[in-house]
Design a protein around this ligand. Structure first.
Ligand SMILES: *[C@@H]1O[C@H](CO)[C@@H](O)[C@H](O)[C@H]1NC(C)=O
Ligand SMILES: *[C@@H]1O[C@H](CO)[C@@H](O)[C@H](O)[C@H]1NC(C)=O
Ligand SMILES: *[C@@H]1O[C@H](CO)[C@@H](O)[C@H](O)[C@H]1NC(C)=O
Ligand SMILES: *[C@@H]1O[C@H](CO)[C@@H](O)[C@H](O)[C@H]1NC(C)=O
Ligand SMILES: *[C@@H]1O[C@H](CO)[C@@H](O)[C@H](O)[C@H]1NC(C)=O
Ligand SMILES: *[C@@H]1O[C@H](CO)[C@@H](O)[C@H](O)[C@H]1NC(C)=O
Length: 868
């Protein structure tokens, strides 16, 4: 009903056509009325826009990166496409969700009806939604009085005439920074570090004080940025050049910027930046890195005694660990940061104690678990404690006279051998002459040894290119490769150093990193082609799926260089419907692949309930179509979108992954090529899985992209029916569904063919979806699936064609029964064998298609999917 209404409204929309304006490319209303509903699909061709202010300056939109990706309901400054407000930026809605306007307000609901976001309870029923030229979105009652307005719920941006009241704040999407207005000031806070302050309006050299009154709100107009007291009395001013449109935004790094729009063009001009200096933010550099301004930019370096460490900033070179707010240490050992290094936050913080000496400051920090370090200023005898977290440091050596004090960082554990530390300083002068030559000799030996080995391996490599089994790797050399694989990845290199020069290689992980990330491979989330898959978390907190390629498979695996070559290819394939490869590990015989994590797992999990396990939520019909189209697009891209055609070879529901943002991604692509050529005996490289295998695997004809099309057709049928093509009944509920006759008994592709011949389609859809399917779409999907199953590969459509037929942009082809006769044969074999072998997939022998006799005398009793 809702969707019918929505469709109706869409049909009517063009009639509304408010005012046509010369510059306006979107001809939409500035008003909408209840019982309006929009999904990102409806407005796809309009960039998601559905509401535009009178002069087209601002638009409301369901914005997403690409079709079928999650959307955010936002207000956008149209000429510059700058987002100035958004409802759900922290949790984008799956594209199947919808925005609706009813008398109780605005809401974004999932396709299952639960609410993702909504306006709070309204005092009176809403009669209209309106977008003003100021960028304010209002819900109005019957007498045009505002019930709710976006200006009162700012996110990270302020506009002209918008007021940020004292107590109110702007915050970044990630929640790591805030701009807070207090009764005395407006300040910038680093929330991650426990609200450490690093800027103040009152303390900014550009601000002018006009009065002493308590601040009531912050706002901007044509001539400046102000802190006002009650009665619009100015307290502080930062003057700015005049502008037509002014956008004040707290940006993701913690920078607060004022951007002006001149009225033409599509860009914004920065007129104010706070804080001013490049080193005045806790995130100017990474943790504990010292920021030094240099001309226009800034450089980041670790203090003496510290070294850059995997993406997290600096750690002590002696191997000890920095304390964190959660680790309570009692022994209280510290590392000095040295002089000339200050912490910006101290400028805005009151000292924890004044008048004490260094050791009392140290005791103060030691006594408190949440203290992770301190700064002591000898000149004023003041003690500043660092709580929770420390950001980047600032060099004060070029900053003149002010005393930044000396910082000390709390240390968790000391390195195991303190002897090196103590002996280093005292004994080095007379030991040096002895140690130095021996070190050089040692190095020379290593270099020579490596050189000989390299030459040796090269010769062997030329003799037996791909046959060479992986030799046990010597890990003598620990090379550090500067920023080739991202700035923080050091790794162990083997002697075949040429692998490093392969361009486009994704991030390389050390095996030990992956052990940490997966907590020693403790959470298995799947096993499939090539090996097991584990859930992991990288140091940057992102979740990943780590595929550990089975060791026994290593024998058949290419050498490391070939492996890396393939990885470089796979790693450079990017498409919304393909799982992204984030990195890999190749150490010794170990081969691991690190993929982005898809939190709903595979389609198989969502589609086929497993008896005895909690049922996943039923996939509704629109979701199924979205999955079918997404998977088809992913495969189409593999077949024709990248430089090199890639045949997947193992299309099945296990390899279609889903997430709860509506993402649909194909996994395991490109891996078929990882098996070495000397394993290319026909059945050994064959990776397809029983039930999805195209006949050409068996008839020994060429494998091509159309082989994937066949498997896809099989998957599509399973998506339509919600059960395995080769199983009886829908899991658990038996096969008594009366309306669908014998549909659940037997080989589903054969039944689909028969029903197609009788023109009965709807009965083929999943019986659990009782009448919640779109009949047209079912017919279309069944026909497309059957076309994919044509016995002759050349008669099957391409994946691009399949995607177009499914999403309705191309006419659906007519399946040809005479090319599908073999399905009946498989079906008969299936039916015959169900009683005895419990669902085995056995084909009969011999059939005549057109002229040739094809023999299916093959009994496939185990999965032909290569070693697993
Ligand atoms: C909107 O729909 C509700 C129920 O769906 C109905 O009660 C109400 O009258 C409708 N309002 C308008 C303005 O059509
Ligand atoms: C509806 O779906 C969303 C995500 O798809 C999920 O978070 C929510 O729990 C579901 N609600 C119900 C009632 O099933
Ligand atoms: C509310 O505003 C709209 C648009 O300006 C106008 O058409 C309508 O008459 C107004 N309603 C009332 C009750 O003022
Ligand atoms: C902006 O506001 C300030 C303070 O209220 C006022 O003095 C100034 O005239 C205003 N500027 C413009 C251009 O209206
Ligand atoms: C430790 O420091 C935190 C933050 O300053 C403070 O809230 C807490 O009271 C202190 N605890 C002790 C025991 O002093
Ligand atoms: C600290 O200041 C005192 C005098 O105020 C001075 O004697 C002492 O040497 C200073 N210490 C350091 C480390 O600068």
């Amino acid at each position: 009903m809702a969707s019918v209404l929505c469709l109706l409204l869409l049909q009517l929309l063009p009639l509304f056509r408010p005012r046509r304006r010369a510059s306006a490319s979107f001809l939409f209303t500035e008003f909408l009325y209840p019982n309006f509903s929009a999904s990102s699909v409806n407005y796809l061709d309009r960039g998601g826009f559905f509401l535009t202010s009178a002069s087209s300056t601002f638009s409301a939109s369901l914005s997403s990166d690409s079709p079928q990706s999650p959307f955010v309901f936002s207000i956008i400054h149209a000429p510059t496409t700058t987002v100035v407000w958004s409802a759900n930026s922290a949790s984008p809605a799956p594209y199947t969700a919808a925005l609706s306007l009813s008398s109780s307000g605005l809401s974004i609901t999932f396709s299952n009806g639960s609410v993702l976001w909504s306006t709070p309870h309204l005092a009176r029923p809403a009669k209209a939604l309106c977008l003003l030229d100021s960028g304010n979105l209002l819900l109005l009652d019957s007498v045009n009085v505002s019930l709710w307005q976006s200006f009162e719920h700012p996110i990270d941006t302020l506009l002209f005439s918008q007021r940020l009241p004292s107590g109110g704040s702007l915050s970044t999407t990630a929640g790591d920074y805030r701009l807070l207005v207090t009764v005395a000031d407006a300040i910038l806070l680093w929330s991650t570090g426990g609200d450490q302050q690093f800027w103040s309006f009152a303390g900014d050299p550009r601000s002018v004080k006009d009065s002493n009154a308590a601040i009531s709100y912050m706002s901007a107009n044509d001539s400046g940025l102000y802190l006002f007291a009650a009665g619009d009395r100015v307290v502080y001013t930062i003057s700015l050049p005049t502008a037509k449109i002014r956008i004040m935004r707290l940006e993701s790094g913690g920078l607060f910027r004022v951007l002006d729009y001149s009225g033409t063009g599509s860009s914004l001009n920065e007129v104010l930046k706070a804080p001013t200096g490049d080193c005045d933010l806790p995130s100017s550099c990474k943790q504990l890195e010292v920021c030094t301004t240099q001309g226009q930019g800034a450089t980041c370096n670790c203090p003496a005694g510290f070294a850059a460490s995997r993406g997290i900033g600096c750690t002590p070179t002696d191997g000890s660990t920095i304390a964190s707010a959660t680790s309570c240490v009692s022994d209280g050992s510290y590392r000095s940061l040295g002089s000339g290094i200050g912490y910006i936050v101290n400028k805005f913080t009151n000292p924890a104690r004044s008048g004490g000496d260094l050791s009392s400051c140290r005791q103060l920090c030691t006594a408190n678990c949440s203290c992770i370090g301190f700064f002591y200023k000898n000149s004023s005898r003041s003690c500043f404690l660092i709580k929770k977290q420390i950001g980047s440091l600032a060099s004060t050596s070029n900053g003149g006279a002010f005393d930044s004090g000396i910082g000390y960082i709390k240390i968790l554990s000391s390195p195991p051998s303190p002897s090196t530390e103590s002996s280093g300083g005292s004994s080095s002068p007379h030991l040096l002459p002895i140690i130095l030559p021996s070190i050089s000799v040692f190095l020379l030996v290593i270099v020579l040894f490596a050189g000989i080995r390299w030459l040796h391996r090269r010769r062997i490599g030329q003799e037996r290119r791909s046959r060479s089994p992986l030799s046990p790797v010597n890990e003598i050399h620990r090379l550090r490769k500067p920023s080739h694989f991202g700035d923080s990845d050091d790794f162990k290199s083997d002697s075949d150093s040429e692998e490093i020069s392969i361009p486009g290689l994704p991030t390389r992980f050390a095996f030990s990193d992956l052990v940490v990330a997966t907590e020693n491979f403790s959470t298995k989330i799947g096993s499939g082609g090539f090996g097991e898959v584990f859930k992991g978390r990288l140091p940057d907190k992102s979740l990943v799926a780590v595929k550990r390629i089975t060791a026994s498979f290593g024998g058949g695996m290419h050498g490391k260089k070939e492996f890396c070559t393939e990885i470089a290819v796979i790693g450079n394939i990017h498409h919304v419907n393909l799982v992204r490869l984030r990195g890999f590990c190749a150490e010794g015989r170990r081969r691991l692949l690190v993929y982005e994590y898809m939190n709903r797992g595979s389609l198989e999990r969502s589609l086929f309930p497993i008896p005895g396990r909690e049922d996943p939520p039923l996939l509704e019909w629109p979701e199924r179509m979205a999955i079918a189209v997404g998977a088809a697009r992913g495969l189409a891209y593999l077949h024709s979108g990248c430089d090199q055609k890639i045949v997947h070879c193992d299309v099945k529901p296990e390899n279609i992954l889903l997430d709860d943002r509506g993402g649909v991604k194909i996994s395991d692509f490109g891996l078929a090529k990882l098996i070495s050529k000397d394993q290319s005996g026909f059945f050994t490289t064959m990776r397809g899985t029983r039930g999805y295998l195209a006949p050409e695997w068996i008839t020994n004809s060429a494998i091509s992209d159309r082989t994937d099309v066949y498997s896809y057709g099989m998957v599509l049928l399973e998506i339509i029916r919600g059960r395995k093509n080769r199983s009886t009944g829908v899991g658990g509920e038996g096969s008594s569904s009366s309306s669908s006759g014998g549909v659940d008994l037997g080989y589903f592709p054969m039944i689909a063919l028969e029903m197609h011949e009788q023109g009965r389609y709807v009965e083929l859809a999943d019986p659990r979806l009782v009448r919640r399917v779109n009949e047209d779409e079912v017919r279309r999907a069944v026909r497309v699936a059957l076309c994919c199953l044509h016995e002759d590969p050349s008669i099957r459509p391409t994946m691009t064609g399949v995607a177009a037929m499914l999403d309705g942009t191309a006419e659906v082809a007519q399946p040809r029964s005479e090319l599908l006769g073999f399905l009946r044969l498989y079906g008969r074999g299936y039916v015959d064998s169900t009683g005895s072998s419990g669902g085995g997939w056995v084909a009969g022998t011999g059939t005549t298609t057109n002229s040739s006799v094809v023999s299916y005398s093959l009994m496939i009793s185990q999965e032909l999917s290569g070693p697993r």
